[in-house]
Ligand binder design. Sequence first.
Ligand code: URA
Length: 462
Amino acid sequence: MIAADLAEPDDFEAWRTNARRLIASGTPPEMVAWSDGGGTADLFADTVTPPAAPAPPREVRASRVFMDLARTAVLHSAPERLDLLYRLLWRLQDRPRLLDDAADPDVGALRRMAMQVRRDIHKMHAFVRFRSVTDEDGVERYVAWFEPDHHIERATADFFVNRFASQRWSILTPRLSLHWDGMALLEGPPGSREDAPGEDAVEDLWVSYYRSIFNPARLKVGMMVKEMPRRYWKNLPEAREIADLIAGAHKREASMIATGASLFDDAAPASLEAIAGGIAQCRRCTIGCNGTRAVMGEGASDARLMIVGEQPGDTEELENRPFVGPAGQILDSAMGEAGIDRSAAYVTNAVKHFKFAPRGKIRLHQNPTAGEIDMCRWWLDGERALVKPKVILALGASSARGLMGRTPSIGRERGQALTQGDGTVIWLTAHPSYLLRLDGEAREREHTRFAQDLAGLAQILR
Ligand code: URA
């Protein structure tokens, strides 16, 4: 027997180097005892590294599909995954199309493992809950406890670094801990649940948000438990609300129908800072789970004019400010022409995260769905309640939906005062990025209409 050891269970490069050498030297799977640093190696195996390849070495063939699946499946916690991966690589040398054979038990096991790992990564993205602590130097830090099923801690680190780049945080798990100090990611020893703090202020906000988006008319307990499995509930502040919400669902639904009102008006966030903290952690919809950072509104916190776009774009997400990319330039120049001072306004978006489809190195904007806009509405309502603008400029249909709860026809309702129940005026126009997509005459025409709408807005502001 030949022992092939990975110093760490998620060390795909070590598996690949060992596997290449073993294949090149013609070592069959039954002659290899794999271990992953957890002391699971065959005690009677020769503790030698795989032999050097004979000259000329056997050529090693592996498709990109196999390598991608292997890179994911190696993170699975089952010790037998290493044998499985090597056995498949061995068999692929003579059967390059083996992965197309859906009935093959090894192929099935590989795909299942990769799927279970991917699901675990998704759950970690969605269910890590940070709590804030202040260390001895008075520096704020966010700490979370999480127990993944598989060896995914390092594989998820980039997600949290990108998402919370400007904050200091630690994620403690039973296998290792990850610490981000704003500059570098460090690894530490395993943590325990007791090392992570209990409740904090963000928690109350989170619970309020959860109550607000819980729609009793759409209650499907089975689906809810599938999406948010019970084993994660103990770390989720909002989970302690679930039993209560389910128990009261029918009563609340009846009341909702009778009054037509929002049921949890009293749960609004207390400050814009609280909203910024809340959206940074929000993963209630798939956009929130995509690894981008939430972009908070900016500007005068008592502005008479609020400007609401659809969602941050690529530039906005990178710069962490709304409307600073190409659409923002169109908006700024049209506002300048209309004599409206952007610096006196509060500028924000209906959806706080950037929704995109990756195309090579480019992130292509995608429209948020009505459901995603509705999920995010609670945060926008919070900004509205705190800033208390007299007039709101709604840029495009998504923005209007976030503000009014319905998707209007821009053509029919633009450029007129849409007075709301609380006396606020919503002034609707096209989204500036719509102008960016047009050419020639159509672009000229729409520019003129956009400028007219802003001139009308300037008039009502006066
Ligand atoms: N488009 C938007 O709707 N908002 C931004 O912040 C940028 C582009």
